[in-house]
Ligand binder design. Structure first.
Ligand SMILES: *Cc1c(COP(=O)(O)O)cnc(C)c1O
Length: 384
């Protein structure tokens, strides 16, 4: 079956008890046994819950994976996956990674004796092998990256990772499985913040990991239950509901983002637009090869100062000033002061004049008109 059909039906047979077409929210912590050792497959909701199981089966299918695991947040998924490695092991990670991932790696795990090496996206794509050794157990890739929209070559990264027997993980939050399926390109584990495009309506926090490797799957199942990093039934249901419209939402996110990127590129107050769908993007060809379209996220550097950027953020009406991304509504933010403040003291802070857009599915005309009046806040003297 095709993606759109699986998104609506996979793991979601009508409820066996009532015929309910929509998977019920099984809001229960425990399950009655007929007698000791005899139950219907569910024992306790940290270990398993039917609403969560429906989400895990459906989303695993969308990622072309055999096994899926839902988590309480994207960071809960990341925390659980990082339990595959031990203190003393080395992890190689793309440097403009999600700010919270950078914080977990550098401020929580590094002090415990895990070793992290952060490399530019370009090096991971083109020259990863020399950076890997026998202590390297995991390579963490995000593509497109957040907030600079760099693109990492998943196939090349996975190949180099496998040459030293390590595990290649791809955070696929920005693209969603509708646009990019890392396991098909050779990655071992795909990770999501389902808070973003998969939930899609800015009303739930959730995470997900999927794999086809049976050894990794068995360990992740054990860790999910042992660490207790699970989502509740209602949150699982919200994400499952979001998946049903993922394909149509992504089509519009991509269409709107492309129009806005092209419009910004020709605007006098904009120095540089970062969107993989633009021919001017350094990895446009690579993005075209490994993604079916270019997504709803873009960032741009203003021809102006940090204060000018803040003035733009104050001036929008439809674009809400907020962290997060991937919802139906358009959001605008300043990564340097907001989502990526945790990288400010790192070797790779984000540019001060950088503005990030999560392009929603409103009318592109309205979104462009709102940006146009907001960009008028940039003094003409700052324009190139
Ligand atoms: C938001 C995000 C995360 C973290 O997910 P939470 O659901 O906020 O815990 C991880 N990676 C990326 C790319 C994200 O955008």
């Amino acid at each position: 079956m095709e993606f759109e059909t699986r998104a609506i039906h996979e793991g979601q047979e009508p409820d066996p008890a009532t015929g309910a077409v929509t998977t019920p929210i099984y809001q229960t912590s425990t399950y009655a046994h007929e007698e000791v050792g005899q139950h219907k497959g569910y024992v306790y909701s940290r270990s398993g819950n039917p609403t969560r199981a429906a989400l895990e089966q459906c989303l695993a299918s969308l990622e072309s994976a055999e096994h899926g695991f839902a988590f309480a947040s994207g960071m809960a998924a990341t925390t659980t996956v990082l339990h595959l490695v031990n203190p003393g092991d080395r992890v190689v990670c793309v440097n403009d990674v999600y700010g919270g991932t950078y914080r977990l790696f550098s401020k929580v795990l590094e002090p415990k004796g895990y070793e992290f090496t952060f490399l530019p996206a370009e090096e991971i794509s083109r020259n990863l092998a020399p950076a890997l050794d026998e202590r390297t157990r995991l390579v963490w890739v995000e593509t497109p990256t957040n907030p600079l929209l760099n693109v990492v070559d998943i196939r090349a990264a996975a190949e180099a990772t496998h040459a030293v027997g390590a595990v290649c993980v791809v955070d696929n939050t920005f693209a969603s499985p509708y646009l990019q399926r890392p396991l098909e390109l050779g990655a071992d584990i795909v990770v999501h913040s389902t808070t973003k495009y998969l939930g899609g309506h800015s009303d739930v926090i959730g995470g997900f990991a999927a794999t086809t490797d049976p050894t990794i799957a068995e360990r992740l199942a054990f860790l999910q239950n042992s660490l207790g990093t699970v989502p509740g039934p209602f949150d699982s249901w919200l994400v499952l509901r979001g998946l049903k419209t993922l394909a149509v939402r992504m089509e519009r996110h991509c269409e709107n983002a492309r129009r806005i990127a092209e419009w910004l590129e020709s605007h006098a107050s904009v120095e540089r637009v970062r969107y993989p769908g633009l021919a001017s993007h350094p990895d446009h060809e690579l993005a075209r090869e490994q993604m079916s379209d270019f997504g709803g996220m873009l960032s741009f550097e203003l021809a102006g100062s940090k204060e000018d950027a803040l003035a733009v953020l104050r001036s929008t009406a439809i674009w809400q000033l907020a962290e997060s991304l991937g919802g139906v509504e358009s959001l605008i933010e300043h990564p340097g002061l907001m989502t990526h403040a945790s990288t400010a003291d790192s070797a790779f802070p984000v540019p001060e004049n950088l503005i990030r857009l999560s392009v929603g599915i409103e009318s592109a005309d309205d979104l462009i008109a709102d940006l146009e009046q907001a960009l008028a806040a940039v003094p003409a003297a700052a324009r190139s």
